[in-house]
Design a protein around this ligand. Structure first.
Ligand code: MG
Length: 286
């Protein structure tokens, strides 16, 4: 049963945690890991058009799926590479490729998963930090609302990151991540929380995709983009939940960041067997 009448759910990455000084490094991780995975499998057949143009296509796919589960992001990027279509697909069959690529895609998913996690681990140790105001804010709110985490990160990684960044488990009623099959997305988690019967439910998160999840689950939404957004929210809560639904575009400098950093990493590391994740993360974030 709920302890309080209303609840606040927080996304994790990019919301409680600032992913690097610009909160952008995960996008570069996803784009590079996708390219590298294709490069090292038969999907390399589709990388002939030149890294510059192909990176632009990968960026275009990525920016439609920030905040989505990692394999959904990967499928959108692969689709952009092989079919010029920047939309995710549910399974290999969605690409309508020859059978000779089925095994390559399965293999590429594994390589992508390993490289993406490697880059994330390197960044988490050095560049990912909770927003400055976040822990005090959570402590204050925990006495007033039931607090949850609703993240697209898989449950095991989420629990590890939660502990690594020293969050207080006692502040939260529960911590919900995705499952490794790519299920239990944030929309499902929010719907499940809603069924607990809260009078009001607010989702605090950082991407347009998160806003879609909030709309699907019919809960309120508040966007975090900088620490100042927590200070603004602290001025409103406890109180009536805000509901800020305007979507937003990535800024030109953000697109440029994804493109430039990814292109450099591709040029430097696409054929390197043992990737130096710490060096790569340092390059992305400095
Ligand atoms: Mg996020």
């Amino acid at each position: 049963m709920p302890d309080h009448e209303c609840a606040v759910a927080f996304d994790f990455d990019g919301t409680l945690i600032q992913n690097g000084p610009l909160n952008l490094d995960k996008g570069v991780h996803i784009i590079f890991a996708s390219w590298y995975a294709c490069r090292r499998t038969r999907l390399n057949d589709f990388l002939g058009a030149g890294a510059d143009a192909l990176t632009a296509r990968m960026v275009d796919a990525y920016i439609r799926y920030p905040g989505s589960p990692r394999f959904e992001q990967f499928s959108a990027i692969v689709n952009a590479l092989v079919n010029h279509v920047p939309d995710s697909v549910a399974s290999f069959d969605g690409f309508v490729l020859g059978e000779e690529y089925r095994e390559a895609y399965a293999e590429a998913r594994q390589i992508y998963n390993r490289v993406y996690s490697g880059l994330n681990d390197a960044a988490a140790d050095r560049f990912w930090k909770p927003y400055v105001s976040v822990k005090a804010f959570l402590h204050r709110l925990a006495g007033v609302y039931d607090l949850f985490i609703a993240s697209g990160v898989t449950q095991d990684i989420l629990e590890k990151d939660f502990a690594r960044h020293g969050f207080d488990r006692g502040c939260f009623s529960a911590i919900h991540g995705g499952n490794t099959a790519g299920g239990n997305d944030k929309g499902e988690i929010l719907k499940m929380l809603k069924r607990r019967g809260y009078m009001d439910l607010l989702f605090v998160a950082d991407s347009n995709k998160d806003l879609e999840y909030a709309e699907i689950a019919a809960v309120k939404f508040y966007r975090i983009r900088a620490d100042a957004d927590y200070r603004r929210l602290a001025g409103m809560l406890p109180g009536t939940f805000p509901d800020e639904r305007e979507t937003w575009e990535f800024e030109p400098f953000e697109i440029d960041f994804f493109q430039t950093k990814s292109l450099y990493l591709i040029g430097t590391y696409q054929d390197v067997e043992n990737l130096p994740f710490i060096d790569m993360s340092g390059y992305i974030n400095t």
